[in-house]
Design a protein around this ligand. Structure first.
Ligand SMILES: *Cc1c(COP(=O)(O)O)cnc(C)c1O
Length: 337
């Protein structure tokens, strides 16, 4: 075990033993090697630096109750990065190579996977970038795929904590036929200014409407939107500019397993006040309960500011029980290293 204060880890970069690196050249991928130095030496005309040929992913590995380290749904992330690569004209990473890379780098950093019971996990960050030189706008002739890992601490130490949210009408994060449905760094560059403003005003998560009409709910800046109706129905927006979240997909399946109705459809702004629970969802924290949503002068009260709603809580517990191996993995989501 690495000498780490597991209880106070937070979510910040930390050096580990190594990352894994592959290069695509002359139409094929290299075998991949574990690299100790956390630096990438690249050409100053690399397309990722100039024209944003960049895709990333985020997932986690857990040290389970039985001591085995398991990665949560890596094939889903592999598929999503494949779609992002095609959309940005980058060399796609084959699914088997992606999952193998993740397993190899997790294994090489086993001692950085937090012990069972600390609530921590190993955060896994795959990255695909155009590294070939290209000043005229065109796809690069060379790509680098790497996977880095870092230990991440338990986010909700005192239980799930509801937050306030604000709707952003001044900016959009993704155009209707833009790149909102793929995981590129550019979407984050587009949202970071509004995020800093919202955070400074006391809103940790900001909500985006559809860019064309600003009448339909899309998603939070870095996580999907889910709403629960008083009858327990799980509602999440469908839109071409929402990123298909693995966490949202997981929660929808668990909601169905728990006997809830699940609806994936347009969610008009006016519907917000009809939800009894709202949450943001994504890999980093699974869910962030939202108790109130502000838009201009209007404040929509959703739920108790001091307590997570019961259905959100149950879904959160359900995901964590599977991730930490406390209940049978009936959907076959966990991959042992
Ligand atoms: C990564 C991401 C999410 C969450 O996806 P998960 O697969 O659940 O981690 C949601 N929205 C955006 C915009 C994202 O980039």
């Amino acid at each position: 075990m690495a000498d780490i204060d597991w209880k106070n880890l937070g979510f910040k970069y930390m050096d580990t033993n190594c990352h894994i690196e592959y290069v695509w050249r002359d139409g094929k991928w290299s075998a991949g090697e574990l690299v100790k130095e956390p630096f990438l030496k690249m050409h100053i005309a690399a397309t990722c630096l100039h024209y944003g040929q960049e895709a990333f992913e985020g997932m986690k590995a857990f040290r389970c109750k039985d001591g085995v380290i398991r990665i949560f749904r890596p094939h889903e992330n592999a598929g999503r990065m494949h779609r992002t690569a095609l959309r940005t004209c980058m060399a796609p990473v084959p699914e088997d190579m992606f999952v193998d890379a993740v397993k190899r780098v997790v294994k090489a950093n086993e001692e950085f996977v937090p012990p069972y019971g600390t609530g921590g996990s190993l955060y896994i960050r795959p990255l695909l970038v155009g590294t070939g030189p290209q000043i005229g706008v065109a796809p690069a002739s060379e790509y680098t795929f790497l996977v880095l890992v870092m230990p991440a601490g338990e986010y909700y130490k005192g239980g799930l904590k509801p937050v306030r949210s604000i709707i952003i009408d001044e900016f959009d994060r993704a155009a209707p036929n833009g790149m909102g449905d793929v995981k590129v760094g550019g979407n984050y560059a587009a949202s970071i200014f509004a995020h800093e403003k919202a955070k400074a005003a006391g809103y940790p998560v900001e909500l985006y409407m559809d860019a064309k009409t600003h009448t339909l709910v899309e998603e939070f800046a870095t996580s999907n939107f889910l709403g629960i109706k008083p009858d327990g129905t799980y509602v999440t927006p469908n839109s071409h500019s929402v990123l298909p979240s693995v966490t949202n997909n997981t929660l929808m399946q668990l909601a169905k397993d728990h006997g809830h109705k699940v609806e994936v459809r347009p969610v008009p702004f006016e519907e917000l006040e009809t939800f009894s629970e709202v949450a943001a969802c994504g890999t980093a924290v699974v869910v962030t309960p939202v108790y109130e949503i502000t838009r201009g002068d209007k404040v929509i009260k959703i739920s108790d500011p001091d307590k997570c709603g019961p259905i959100t809580q149950k879904l959160f517990d359900g995901v964590q029980d599977i991730q930490y191996g406390r209940v049978p993995d009936t959907h076959g989501w966990c991959v042992a290293i």
